[in-house]
Design a protein around this ligand. Structure first.
Ligand code: EPZ
Length: 432
């Protein structure tokens, strides 16, 4: 079960000084490993994933899969899943309500077992998180959908049939769920208006390694030929987490003089490196590392005055919006931020304003951030995992001590965060 959400992080502020030094290694991507775990349902053979992060969401997804009858074993950074003895297609309610990613299970369950029974996968603080694209797509592939209490029951007694689905909006999880469902459908499926995130391409790689015929991933149109159960061969390494990479880049720019971010994929964070270089942050970009080097100028020497809007890949990721806003409070200039993906993802700004940030929120999706402003440490409560990481960053640059509550939310997506940040020189500790 999850750790006590009352756990907190205590951070001693660095008063805007820069002294972090050393190396930090990026973990495997949360948003790549979760759909890949669901793909284990498409086979009765083992699926072995390596470079799997030690995060709460992997534990939750493991519990969901074990509840279905999948065997899940973990040694170090390796996860082995086998869905040869699945005994039910009913997704466990509590976990499903707590984690949106449970929606990834619906497509594989329906495709393999001709039925999926699940509660609405739960909205969260950043938005209502509807599943209309999933229900519409399942119907187009021949399934019937009924409601029993608060459960959706989706059935396809003759199996799913290939179809051409045109998503009304770009959805990462819908793209991934229907890629998976289509691998076991009868005939050809064409998905249009797809997400092109690296995590989508990674999942397509996993499915191809299982024998699926799938191409076009990384573009807005993906073709999948339905076939037999997949059969995975060699262990598959999970791609690096580009949101972690971008978060560490921002922290190092604000508080580090010489920090190297290892085992990342610079290609996946071009929007961030290009932006940071444009503000004057000194970066050295390698094949699998990015180094903030000779970063001795004060943050007020960084200049940013532009309209920033979150966007589907390769634009500014919505998951980096909160950490980026902390950066904007410290550099010189006025920036508008437009959160285009989720309808309610600026809630964390109230706490930043109480720390001293100069932020004007025009509506739930638009704000102006004026920098530079000194931040004062205070008690903060993480509303979601990305804002939680942003609060840790704010605590690091602030004057005085900060306490960031709901450590569990941060542990959902950042493994061993206090150990990794302490190794750079951040004064952070976990308390119960
Ligand atoms: C994925 O969520 C990520 N999660 C999110 O990361 C990320 O913020 C999001 O993609 C956008 O990049 C995982 O991959 C596990 P969407 P997902 O479907 O797939 C609307 C994090 O912090 N929509 O691409 O659920 C939806 O409400 C998390 O790691 C519908 O309207 O997001 C949103 O406004 C947060 N109907 C937009 O589409 C649907 O049927 C994009 O959402 C589906 C989605």
């Amino acid at each position: 079960m999850p750790q006590d959400v009352k756990e907190q992080f205590v951070i001693e502020g660095m008063y805007g000084s820069k002294s972090l030094q050393g190396a930090i290694t990026v973990a495997g991507a949360k948003n790549a490993v979760l759909p890949a775990m669901a793909a284990s349902l498409l086979s009765d053979k083992q699926l072995v994933l390596t470079n799997v992060p030690h995060i709460e969401d992997v534990l939750r997804m493991s519990e969901l899969l074990e509840g279905l009858g999948v065997t899940v074993t973990r040694t170090e950074d390796t996860l082995t899943l086998q869905a040869s003895a699945v005994r039910t297609s009913h997704i466990e309610r509590e976990s499903a309500k707590r984690m949106r990613s449970s929606v990834f299970l619906t497509g594989p369950l329906l495709a393999r077992f001709q039925e999926a029974r699940f509660p609405h996968p739960g909205g969260c603080v950043i938005g209502e998180r509807p599943i209309d694209q999933f229900l519409k797509g399942f119907a187009q592939m021949g399934a019937t959908i009924s409601h029993e209490d608060e459960w959706y029951v989706v059935r396809a007694k003759d199996g799913l049939k290939g179809a051409t689905l045109f998503f009304d909006l770009v959805s990462v999880s819908a793209t991934e769920t229907f890629m998976m469902a289509a691998t076991l459908a009868r005939g050809t499926t064409v998905l249009e208006n797809c997400a092109t995130e690296p995590e989508v391409v990674f999942l397509a790689e996993v499915l191809r390694r299982g024998g699926a015929q799938i191409y076009g991933d990384g573009t807005s149109t993906i073709h999948i030929e339905g076939g037999a159960l997949l059969s995975y061969d060699e262990p598959i390494p999970v791609i690096p987490d580009r949101i972690e990479t971008s978060s560490f880049l921002l922290l190092a720019a604000l508080a580090g003089t010489d920090v190297v971010i290892n085992e990342c994929n610079p290609q996946h964070v071009r929007i961030m490196t290009q932006y940071l270089e444009s503000t004057g942050v000194p970066l050295e970009i390698g094949g699998t590392h990015i180094r903030i080097v000779n970063n001795t100028k004060p943050n007020t020497a960084f200049v940013s005055a532009r309209d920033i809007r979150t966007h589907e890949y390769p634009g500014f990721p919505t998951d980096i919006q909160a950490p980026l806003s902390v950066f904007l409070t410290q550099v010189t200039g006025e920036n508008t931020v437009f959160e285009t993906i989720f309808e309610n993802r600026l809630g964390y700004t109230d706490d930043l304003i109480k720390m001293g940030a100069d932020i004007t929120v025009w509506n739930p999706q638009k704000m102006m951030v004026r920098g530079p402003r000194k931040l004062k440490g205070r008690e903060l409560m993480s509303p979601d995992l990305r804002a939680g990481l942003a609060f840790i960053m704010a605590g690091v640059v602030a004057e005085g001590t900060s306490v960031v509550g709901n450590a569990y939310y941060i542990d959902r997506g950042y493994q061993h965060i206090e150990q990794r940040l302490s190794a750079l020189g951040v004064q952070i500790r976990r308390t119960a």
